[in-house]
Design a protein around this ligand. Structure first.
Ligand SMILES: NC(=O)c1ccc[n+]([C@@H]2O[C@H](COP(=O)([O-])OP(=O)(O)OC[C@H]3O[C@@H](n4cnc5c(N)ncnc54)[C@H](O)[C@@H]3O)[C@@H](O)[C@H]2O)c1
Length: 340
């Protein structure tokens, strides 16, 4: 194993931690990219495109549907590119996205409670309340992985929690696991409007796979929120579900609109890299070992979930959404895997 020197530093893992376990540490990027299998977290940067070559297997987040330039680079270089975000289990779960959604969901309420403080510009409400004083209200749009984790933290803090969902099975699940402790409502324009108006904290956590997030909260609805309330739109990485939200960064996480604090950080897990790295690696490691030991072809033949991660294979686009997004021809991965 070869590690780019300092690669683990941001997450609290030193070069020594890796070399003690047998890794070779190098400052030479070309040496790292010379390996048969290269793992990263984010997509290759333009200055790394020159290292892409036939025979290389790249395993990382790619989000190619939103990046035509990278798609064409991967195609032209004839690499095999396996994207974390499209590895998919038979029940539809995306196991390499779930850990990041858990982190973002839990962080959403932590961040909101921070900005709710008067000293940080908020209305000065303690989410848990105290004896004789009502707790704060947390409204969560979407009861998937992000929404459920946000609900758990909000409950743990003692807040009054409402989740709006539109999938009856998810609603039943939330009711089963958090029964009686949160309010689960069918999401429609009327219930969203009512709930937004009483929220001290509004968390956007909706997802329509492969599509832009639906704009559920209009500008007019935000105007009905109390001054100093906080909106954390976790779905901002898919365009956001609150009309007044725009993407923000960890160095400038919030802005104010109509007296309401808006938090729209697109990569929330980066704030807690120690937890995020371990959570992501727990999920990727089994697939990485299979790719390394068996080679990509056998590993993907043996595991259809991993095969769904194949986005670009030796000059062909093997994921329908990527082909669709850029008007490129689509070759089913199964067809390539059938070849000797
Ligand atoms: N900002 C970040 O750092 C960050 C990190 C992780 C995830 N995310 C994003 O968070 C979002 C949620 O991710 P997830 O893993 O929880 O997805 P998920 O699929 O587990 O959950 C999304 C839920 O939204 C529900 N939904 C769809 N339309 C709805 C509507 N109109 N009203 C109410 N609910 C509706 C779905 O039924 C589903 O249960 C995604 O956009 C994801 O990309 C962002």
């Amino acid at each position: 194993m070869v590690l780019e020197s300092g690669a683990g530093e941001g997450s609290g893992f030193s070069d020594d931690d890796y070399s003690r376990r047998g890794a070779r540490i190098t400052r030479d990027r070309a040496e790292v990219w010379g390996c048969d299998l290269v793992m990263k977290v984010k997509e290759p940067l333009p200055e790394e495109y020159g290292y892409l070559r036939p025979g290389l297997v790249l395993f990382t987040y790619l989000h190619l549907a939103a990046d035509e330039r990278l798609t064409r680079e991967l195609l032209g270089s004839k690499v095999v590119a396996v994207a974390y975000e499209t590895v998919q289990l038979p029940d539809g779960e995306l196991p390499l996205l779930t850990p990041m959604s858990e982190v973002a969901g839990k962080l959403a309420v932590q961040e909101a409670s921070y900005y709710l403080k008067r000293t940080h510009g908020g209305k000065g409400t303690l989410l848990g309340g105290v004896t004789g004083v009502a707790p704060g209200t947390v409204v969560i749009l979407g009861g998937g992985v992000v929404g459920t984790n946000a609900a758990k933290v909000a409950l743990g803090m003692g807040a009054q929690v409402t989740v709006l969902e539109r999938n009856p099975r998810r609603m039943a699940h939330l009711d089963d696991v958090l029964h009686g402790r949160i309010q689960v409502l069918m999401s429609n324009p009327y219930t969203v409007e009512q709930a937004v108006a009483y929220a001290d904290v509004l968390v956007g956590a909706v997802l329509i796979p492969g599509a832009r997030a639906p704009r559920l909260v209009t500008r007019d609805m935000v105007r009905t929120m109390k001054p100093g309330s906080v909106v954390v739109d976790v779905s901002i990485d898919q365009g956001g579900c609150v009309e007044t939200m725009r993407p923000t960064t960890h160095s400038h996480p919030v802005f104010e609109w109509g007296g309401v604090i808006h938090y729209g950080v697109t990569n929330m897990p980066a704030a807690v890299p120690r937890t995020s790295t371990v959570a992501l690696t727990n999920a990727t490691i089994g697939y990485a070992i299979a790719l390394a030991r068996k080679g990509w072809r056998a590993a993907c033949r043996d595991d259809p979930a991993l095969a769904r991660g194949l986005n670009v294979v030796e000059g062909a686009v093997t994921h329908p959404a990527v082909a669709d997004a850029h008007g490129l021809p689509f070759t089913p991965a199964e067809e390539i895997l059938r070849e000797a």
